[in-house]
Every structure is written in structure tokens, then in C-alpha cells.
Design a protein around this ligand. Structure first.
Ligand SMILES: Nc1ncnc2c1ncn2[C@@H]1O[C@H](COP(=O)(O)OP(=O)(O)O)[C@@H](O)[C@H]1O
Ligand SMILES: [Mg+2]
Length: 837
């Protein structure tokens, strides 16, 4: 068995021994997924295998159900879609670089066959099966987004200008940070470099955002340009706008922004799926997504803009999540160069720093790679928990990394000089891993074979091919709430009275006393309503121009209900509306039959608007004592029968909000289950580790016996250290890492047994080793069971009923409701169609 396929433990490679220059494939190296929540940085020169290692980490994360957002400035990461479980030459062929084939003296087909063989061999060696490849392919939905281009899936930046769902004042601090970031990004796109708080255009634009967002208003670029010219407020702080930021300057800002949207290429920025983090991370069913932002086709400014927006959108999404100790999602930036420099302050820097600081609590791991350590901000590096250092050729880079390591070190237990010497000469794919969670211990290893075909940068045509089958519209489904409505379409013919009024109607409003009156809003115009009536009934109106507004009275009840449940700690608001036209004939009211779609409270007037016809008011509608008892009855009915159902998982004691976007609750369950699973993995592993320790002790005793017998024989020191020095050797092998299955996951075969003289002791050692091997197998099975158990738990979905408290039922709209209709004629007959639909 090459490695233990277990949850929580990412299989990333095999130990590397610098003294023999060998990679021990069966001495697997694992990485505890939880350690990624303190972020990881991969350093190494071009070709050192950074992207390969990160692809391995991503593959493990995806297999474990972790969604990922990936920023791909070089275009390599689309390789995550090249998963070929059968490893056929024909799978590889479309992705072969013809130039590379030619250089190797191959035609494309031969070259594809060679690559397929290379991958088959590499994966085989590392014990990776085609089932695992298939699992990887199935584990997530993969999408390549190409902002500003339709080569892949285009993505609209407009969604990021949407007002946040949270209350502004409660989240003022973080929302202002978000605004700062977006404003900086927008200004940079307009070629203006302005600093938050300091520069007038920045302060001004930020105020426009705040002003609109406070009122829950979404913004578009057009809105922003209009409001720059005509600000929706007079003052900035205590100063008049005109004094701080005069007309002329506002005009030139508006022009600059206008140039941005006037550029033909800008249209492409508006098209596509909205940049909504929840939908970029999960499907509506809660399945993880891998969303790759391909930015290789963009210029520096545009790339910076995309990066900043992704970071800000991610930060905003994080704030809506609950805390967790397990890994929830990954952000991978393949080439961090330019986004996080030491001295200058590009728009991406501040949000990235904020993200590094805040992400941990929410389980977001940030993984970054760079070939230019010198270009990384020093402060930011202290937020990185794991360093993977590959080959670094330049002395400046090495020095930088060593001083960074020193800074991040928890104890001065590292021989930096030795490390520096090592990284100057290691081969590609060899990395020194330093993880703060391993108490500063380091591991020297080679990355395992990547499961995906590392074809290198994909061309735009290749990306189109990969994304062609997908329908962008299908990727992110709109969340529509369906509200049951009972349309009151009344199209009965009635006699016309002498003055041309339909019978039962008057052109002045009947006097209603002692009862509240409400006028419902007109939702469809006469022409639209009549057109619809014509289509539905296949008839024709005599003319739709002279349609008249006619109000028909109903008993109108509209209740606002707050469901405030202590146990689930979830609050849901619902509005229910009822229209009863024939109150005279309905004695006992079955309210649900009269339920209609509620009107927005703000659209309900208490006075008529303009001229209209009015229907007769049934006597029971103005019977105030009857109304009073109906009101009490309705309150009782809502209390008893109008409950709301929350999605519920009993095992995890988790409740969902019924108004959440699809997939949110599923993702929450997956995360809760993951936390419990990770804890159980630790426990199970600790139990096995104990058993394993005992066997190891036994084996050691037996080996000492053997050694006594061998004492006479000359032994040569197998551990002589060649060329790199003792410092490294201790550094690499001296300490145990904390990765939960590292100990038992190690190779068991001992080299000592080979020289045994006493057959019996040899046999005994072999028997102990067999037990150890069995134990490894048992552990794998036990951990797989743990995974299966919690996967199962996360799938359970039930419902939890919440009924309202009486005090939370507000029946403030109760009385005569005037429902608008359009009155017109068809073949001389009077017709009415609802204007309230
Ligand atoms: N884990 C891996 N499995 C298989 N091949 C790898 C792996 N890592 C790197 N390689 C090979 O080495 C080449 C260079 O590695 P890459 O990760 O692209 O380097 P870097 O990102 O540091 O420039 C890749 O194109 C690939 O052929
Ligand atoms: Mg790379």
C-alpha cells in the first residue's frame, strides 16, 4: 500500500532523503487540511514544481469536498479539468502542445501516447488508481471564468456593486472596507490611482456607495456616473460637496468613468453570470465548485481589478459565514507576483492582507505561489502557517526566504544556513515543508504525481472547448421565490346602466365609516392587462384606449408575521394577504382559500388616486362587530395553521433559513459534519497510533537482539551523510510532524532485518511488521468508515416546524380593500380584468 486514503489528511508526496537522493514513495507525506486555514505559500524558481504541488493540494481538497476559487494569471490551472480516469492517449491528444511534440521529434498522436504512458506510470508508481481519478472528476463542478471575454464563461462585475444583504450600521466597519476596495478597483480601471480617506475622488465615490447601500439600492456603473454629476447628498461630512469636490472635478471624474464603460471591451465586463461568491463556491444542490478565474488575456490594470474584486467579494461572503475549525474553502493564487509587493500599495494588497488575517476563523485557506520571494510583503508573510520551499536559484530570493522564515519561526530550531544550502540545489518537485502546526518541524519531500494532466497553459481556444458544453445561464440559477396566489380574474358580463356605468358601480366612492379603507396598487397597465386577457380568452376588446379604472371592494387582511424561534435561533418574516369578495355569502371563513399575493406595505394607499368607478360595498364589510370577530379568527388561524418549515438536520442539530439561496444549507451541513469528522479522525488515529507504538517497541527490541548477534560483524554506517551536511539530515528526519496519520502512515519495512543471522528473530520481526502493515490497513478502513458516516449525516435532511407567537402576528391591515380592475368592453359586453397582477 502506497498511502492511506483518509479524510482530513491530504496525500501530497513522499519523503525525500538528501543523503541518498531518493524519494520514498511508500513513506507518504500527509498534510492536515486544517493547517491550510493558516494559509500556505509555495516558493521556488520557474519549473521547480510549484504549480504541480498546488495542483496536488487542490486535488486532495476537491476530493475532500472543499470548493475553491482560483486566480490563474498564467493559464495553467485549467489543467484541473484535464482528469482522465482511463488515461487514454486520445484523452491527452487535444491538449498536446504541437511545438513541444515537434521539438521531441514526435507527431502529436505519438506524443499524446507518450504523455498518457508517462501519466499512467507516474500515477501507478504513487498508487493512484483510476477510481480515485474518477472520484476527483465527479467531486466538483469545474468552471473556467474569463472576465471580459467569452472564451470561457464570462462573468459580470456588476453584481459586486449590489447592495449587501446585511444592515449597514451593524456591519458598517466591514462594509466600508468593502466599499474602499471596490472604489479603489473602479478608480484604477479608470486610470486614477487614489488613496482611501485621503483623496477627494475616493472619499466622494465611497460616499455614493454608502448612500445607496444604506438604502438597499444596488448600483450600476451608469448610476455611479449619474450620481457623480449630481450627487444624491449635499455634504461630505460637514463640508458642502461643492467645496470639497467642485463641479469641474466631478465632471472630469464622470468623464473618466464614462470612458471606462464606453470602451467597446467594457461591454464584455457586464455580460455573464454575476460574481456571487455563494454560487461560485457551491451549486444549488450544495455540491462544491471549482471556479477558475483565467486572467492571462487581461492587461495589468484589468488583472488587478479582477483580483481586487474577487478578494472583496470573498471577504464579504466570509462575513456571512459562521466560524469553524475545519477547512471550508480554498483560495489559490497561482502567481502572487505584483499583488502583494513590499513597498507599493496596489489595490489588491490591502484586501489580501485583510483576508489572510480574517480567513482563518471562517475556515478559508489561502494558498499562494511565487517565484519572486523578494517581491512579497514582509508583514504579510508572518500570517502564513505553512511554507513550501522548492529550488531557489537567486541568492537574493534565498536570503529573503530565510529572513522570512526566521520571522515566522516559533522557535529558533532551524539551521537556516543548511536550509539555504539545500534549496540552492534541490531538484524540481522537491520541497522543504515548514509548518507552524508541526511545532516548527520540517519535512523534506517530493510532490506526488499530479492526478490531472499538467498540460501547461491552455489557449483561449482550448478553454472554449472545455467550457463549450456548458450553458452559462445554467451555471448560476436565479433564486426565485414562488408565492402562491389566487388570481381574482373577474370577466363576467354585466348589464350597463343608463349612464354607461356597469351595473353595481358608481363613479363616486361609497361612504364607508367605522372601518379602515385601503387602496391596492395598480400593477399592470390597462393595455398590458387587456392584451393578456385577449391572449388568454382568444377574444378581442372593442378598444383598449378607453378602459376605465374600477375598484372592487373586498375584505382585505394582510398580516406581517415574525417567526422567532429560540431553539433554532432563526427569525423568519412572512406576509400573508387575503381578499374576500363575497363576504355576505361566506359565513365561516376558510382563510387559506382566499389567500393572495401580498402587496408591499408601502404601495398600499389609504386614499384613492384619481378618478375611478367603485363597486358596491357588501353590508357585512361595514359591519364592524363582524369584522372584529373575523380579525380575531384570522389571528387564531395564523397562530395555529400558518407555520413555516425550516430545513433541519437532527444529527447535527442544524437549522437552515427557508429564505436562504439554494445550496447554503447543504454547504452548512457539510461543514458541520466535516468538523465532527475531523475530530473523530484525530481520535481514531490516536488509538491506532498507540497500538502502532507498541508494535514499534517490540520490533525495536527484536532488532536489538539481532544487532547483538551482528555485533561481531563489521557494520558500515548506512547513515553517512553525503554532501549536504548533518544539519539538514537532523532537520529533515529528526522530528515527527503533527499530521494526524503521519506516524502510522509511514513505511514499515526496516532495512536492519536484511542482515539478520538468526532466522527465528528475523521471522519474528517479519511477523511484527506484518501486524504493523495490517494495522495500517485497519486504520484506513476505520477512517473510510468515519468519512462515510459523516457524509451520510450531512445528507440527512428533515424539516422543523416553527409557529409564531401571537404577539408577533401584526394584523394592521384589516378592513375594506379596494382592488383595482380595468373596465372595458368586448362585443358590447362589460369586462373587468385585474390591474393588481
Ligand atoms: N506533481 C507533479 N506531477 C507530475 N509532474 C509534475 C508535478 N509537478 C511538476 N511537474 C512537472 O514539472 C513541470 C514544471 O512544474 P511546474 O509546477 O509547472 O513548475 P512551476 O510552477 O514552479 O514553474 C510541469 O510542467 C510538469 O511537467
Ligand atoms: Mg507555475
Amino acid at each position: 500500500m502506497a498511502f492511506i486514503d483518509a479524510p482530513t489528511n491530504f496525500f501530497i508526496g513522499g519523503k525525500y532523503d538528501p543523503s541518498t537522493d531518493e524519494v520514498a514513495i511508500d513513506d507518504a507525506v500527509y498534510y492536515d487540511s486544517r493547517d491550510l486555514t493558516t494559509h500556505g505559500l509555495v516558493l521556488g524558481m520557474t519549473g521547480s514544481g510549484k504549480t504541480g504541488l498546488c495542483v496536488c493540494l487542490l486535488e486532495e481538497a476537491i476530493l475532500d469536498g472543499i470548493p475553491a476559487i482560483i486566480i490563474d494569471p498564467k493559464g495553467d490551472i485549467g489543467n484541473l479539468l484535464l482528469t482522465f480516469p482511463e488515461l487514454l492517449a486520445s484523452d491527452f491528444e487535444p491538449w498536446i502542445d504541437p511545438d513541444e511534440a515537434r521539438r521531441k521529434g514526435n507527431d502529436v498522436t505519438t506524443h499524446a501516447a507518450e504523455k498518457a504512458e508517462l501519466w499512467r506510470g507516474g500515477l501507478g508508481k504513487w498508487g493512484i488508481t483510476s477510481e480515485r481519478l474518477q472520484q476527483l472528476k465527479d467531486a466538483a463542478d469545474y468552471t473556467i471564468y474569463t472576465p471580459g471575454s467569452t472564451a470561457g464563461v464570462p462573468i459580470s462585475i456588476l453584481a459586486s456593486l449590489k447592495a449587501p444583504k446585511q444592515d449597514f450600521d451593524t456591519h458598517a466597519e466591514s462594509l466600508r472596507e468593502e466599499i474602499n476596495g471596490i472604489v479603489t478597483a473602479i478608480l484604477s480601471l479608470a486610470g486614477i490611482s487614489a488613496e482611501p480617506v485621503k483623496d477627494a475622488e475616493h472619499v466622494f465615490l465611497s460616499n455614493i456607495f454608502e448612500h445607496n447601500w444604506r438604502q438597499g439600492k444596488d448600483l450600476t456603473m451608469e448610476d455611479i456616473i449619474v450620481q457623480v454629476q449630481e450627487p444624491p447628498f449635499d455634504k461630505l461630512g460637514v463640508m458642502p460637496v461643492n467645496q470639497l469636490y467642485p463641479d469641474k472635478e466631478r465632471m472630469s471624474l464622470a468623464m473618466a468613468l464614462n470612458n471606462v464603460i464606453a470602451a467597446p471591451s467594457f461591454q464584455a465586463w457586464l455580460e455573464g453570470v454575476p460574481m456571487d461568491m455563494q454560487s461560485l463556491l457551491y451549486t444549488p444542490e450544495g455540491k462544491p465548485r471549482v471556479s477558475i478565474f483565467y486572467t492571462a488575456h487581461l492587461d495589468d490594470t484589468e488583472r488587478m481589478f479582477v483580483m481586487t474584486l474577487v478578494l472583496e467579494t470573498l471577504l464579504a461572503w466570509l462575513r456571512t459565514q459562521s466560524g469553524t475549525s475545519s477547512l471550508r474553502a480554498l483560495l489559490y493564487i497561482d502567481e502572487i507576483f505584483g499583488y502583494f509587493p513590499p513597498v507599493s500599495n496596489p489595490p489588491s494588497k490591502e484586501p489580501l492582507l485583510r483576508l489572510l488575517k480574517q480567513a482563518r476563523a471562517f475556515g478559508l485557506g489561502v494558498l499562494m505561489a511565487t517565484q519572486n520571494p523578494v517581491d512579497l510583503d514582509y508583514k504579510g508573510l508572518s500570517n502564513i502557517g505553512t511554507w513550501w520551499i522548492g529550488r531557489l536559484q537567486s541568492e537574493r530570493d534565498r536570503e529573503r526566504v530565510m529572513s522570512g522564515l526566521q520571522e515566522a519561526a516559533t522557535s529558533g530550531d532551524m539551521d537556516l544556513a543548511a536550509v539555504e544550502q539545500l534549496v540552492a540545489q534541490v531538484k524540481s518537485r522537491i520541497f522543504l515543508m515548514r509548518n507552524v502546526h508541526d511545532k516548527g518541524a520540517t519535512t523534506l519531500f517530493s510532490s506526488r504525481w499530479a492526478m490531472n494532466y499538467l498540460a501547461g497553459p491552455l489557449t483561449r481556444t482550448q478553454i472554449s472547448t472545455l467550457m463549450e458544453s456548458r450553458d452559462a445561464a445554467k451555471l448560476i440559477e436565479p433564486t426565485q421565490k414562488v408565492v402562491a396566489s389566487t388570481p381574482v380574474v373577474m370577466a363576467t358580463a354585466s348589464e350597463t346602466s343608463g349612464q354607461g356605468l356597469p351595473s353595481g358601480f358608481d363613479d363616486s366612492k361609497p361612504v364607508v365609516s367605522g372601518v379602515d379603507e385601503f387602496f391596492l396598487p395598480i400593477k399592470s397597465s390597462a393595455s398590458a392587462a387587456i392584451q393578456k386577457w385577449e391572449d388568454d380568452t382568444r377574444s378581442r376588446a372593442d378598444s383598449s384606449d378607453d378602459a376605465q379604472l374600477a375598484y372592487i371592494p373586498v375584505l382585505l387582511a394582510q398580516a406581517n408575521v415574525l417567526y422567532d424561534d429560540r431553539k433554532s435561533d432563526i427569525r423568519v418574516e412572512r406576509t400573508y394577504a387575503f381578499h374576500i369578495e363575497d363576504l355576505d355569502s361566506s359565513g365561516f371563513v376558510t382563510w387559506k382559500e382566499y389567500q393572495v399575493e401580498p402587496a408591499d406595505r408601502r404601495d398600499i394607499d389609504t386614499k384613492a388616486r384619481g378618478e375611478a368607478l367603485y363597486g358596491e360595498v357588501p353590508t357585512s364589510l361595514i359591519d364592524s362587530s363582524r369584522l372584529k370577530s373575523l380579525k380575531d379568527d384570522l389571528e387564531e388561524v395564523i397562530y395555529k395553521d400558518f407555520s413555516v418549515m425550516l430545513p433541519y438536520n437532527q444529527s447535527l442539530e442544524a437549522y437552515g433559513h427557508p429564505d436562504d439561496d439554494p445550496g447554503v444549507f447543504e454547504a452548512k451541513l457539510a461543514q458541520l459534519a466535516r468538523e465532527q469528522r475531523d475530530a473523530e479522525v484525530d481520535k481514531v488515529t490516536a488509538d491506532y497510533d498507540k497500538k502502532y507504538d507498541r508494535l514499534e517497541d517490540q520490533r525495536e527490541r527484536k532488532q536489538r537482539e539481532l544487532q547483538k548477534d551482528e555485533a561481531r560483524a563489521a557494520t558500515k554506517n548506512q547513515n553517512s551523510i553525503i554532501n549536504i551536511g548533518e544539519g539538514i539530515f537532523n532537520l529533515v528526519t529528526g522530528k515527527r510532524t503533527s499530521s494526524s496519520i503521519s506516524k502510522i502512515g509511514r513505511a514499515v519495512s526496516s532495512r536492519g532485518a536484511a542482515n539478520a543471522e538468526v532466522e527465528e528473530t528475523k521471522e519474528e520481526i517479519i511477523a511484527i511488521e506484518r501486524e504493523m502493515e495490517d494495522l495500517k490497513q485497519e486504520l484506513e478502513t476505520a477512517l473510510q468508515d468515519v468519512r462515510a458516516k459523516w457524509d451520510e449525516v450531512a445528507q440527512q435532511k428533515g424539516e422543523y416546524e416553527v409557529t409564531p407567537y401571537k404577539k408577533n402576528i401584526a394584523l394592521d391591515i384589516f378592513g375594506v380593500g379596494w382592488v383595482p380592475y380595468w373596465y372595458f368592453k368586448s362585443e358590447g359586453q362589460s369586462k373587468f380584468v385585474s390591474a393588481y397582477e
